[in-house]
Design a protein around this ligand. Structure first.
Ligand SMILES: NC(=O)c1ccc[n+]([C@@H]2O[C@H](COP(=O)([O-])OP(=O)(O)OC[C@H]3O[C@@H](n4cnc5c(N)ncnc54)[C@H](OP(=O)(O)O)[C@@H]3O)[C@@H](O)[C@H]2O)c1
Length: 249
């Protein structure tokens, strides 16, 4: 269990991030979630998490861009001062949009790499010294099936998510001796998160043809993979594919 533990989930006010933040709260951790702009979703997320905490836990909302190193530094300082040293980091914040090579601008590319990939480096660099001191840490990077093969969204998204897998493996190798595990989850077709949450039932039903099992995924499927990594000290440097069999290696 996670009593006395402190967790940070970037992009934790909706979708996969909120699912993971809620499970961390249920396990007894104090949890800080970051978000970029949707204050209404953030308030709703905080209410949901506060309904699950006991008097020893706290929930913190941090508004700002996970792809801005100064904002991350500031957020980390706040978490450290208010909750303590971070034991669990979930690099989940991400943006997803579809563009071809021809349509993609330099700013589309830079923003995607910054928010989806560099944010994980910025946050990891902040929390690793404290994790090393404590000889314990869990870092989970939320990648995508797009890291594993040709992406349907475009080169920017595929590159950002493949980069996360490289970061995961290098960090796992470097940090294992300190009791810190670093792993990734590569989801696909999570019906109640991100772009799919806005799709009609009919549109979502069309995704079923792409997977091997009778249903597409939901946030709980990703949460179960996360819980496995959280409680598995002998598992590091891996990517768990949560994708209904759409990609296999
Ligand atoms: N849904 C899927 O099927 C799927 C599949 C594969 C991978 N993923 C990955 O899973 C992760 C979560 O996706 P999701 O589907 O749960 O997304 P989502 O429902 O769109 O939620 C995204 C979260 O990230 C936050 N966010 C966005 N940009 C941010 C920034 N620059 N700084 C800080 N926070 C930011 C959002 O806050 P605001 O609303 O305030 O901006 C929100 O809390 C992403 O990395 C995504 O690439 C999702």
């Amino acid at each position: 269990m996670m009593e006395q533990m402190v967790a940070v989930v970037t992009g934790g006010t909706r979708g996969i991030g909120l699912g993971i933040a809620k499970t961390l709260v249920k396990q007894g951790a104090s949890v800080a979630v970051t978000y970029k702009e949707d204050d209404a979703a953030a308030r709703k997320a905080k209410d949901q998490m506060e309904n699950l905490i006991d008097e020893k836990q706290e929930v913190l909302l941090l508004k700002g861009d996970a792809g801005d190193p100064e904002a991350v530094k500031e957020h980390h300082r706040e978490v450290h001062d208010k909750l303590g040293s971070v034991n669990v980091l979930v690099n989940n914040a991400g943006i997803m949009f579809k563009k071809s090579f021809e349509e993609l601008t330099i700013s589309d590319w830079d923003n995607t790499i910054r928010i989806n990939l560099s944010s994980a480096f910025y946050w990891s660099a902040q929390v690793i010294p404290g994790m090393k001191n404590q000889k314990y840490g869990r870092i989970v990077n939320i990648a995508s099936v797009a890291a594993r093969g040709p992406s349907v969204l475009g080169p920017h998204y595929a590159a950002s998510k493949a980069g996360l897998l490289g970061l995961t493996k290098f960090a796992a190798r470097d940090l294992g001796s300190f009791g810190i595990t670093v792993n990734a989850i590569a989801p696909a077709f999570i019906e109640d998160a991100g772009i799919f949450a806005e799709w009609s039932d009919e549109q979502r039903a069309s995704l079923k043809d792409k997977v091997l099992v009778p249903q597409i995924g939901n946030v709980e499927d990703v949460v179960r993979a996360f819980e496995y990594l959280l409680y598995s000290p002998f598992v590091t440097g891996v990517t768990l594919d949560v994708n209904g069999g759409v990609f296999m290696i």
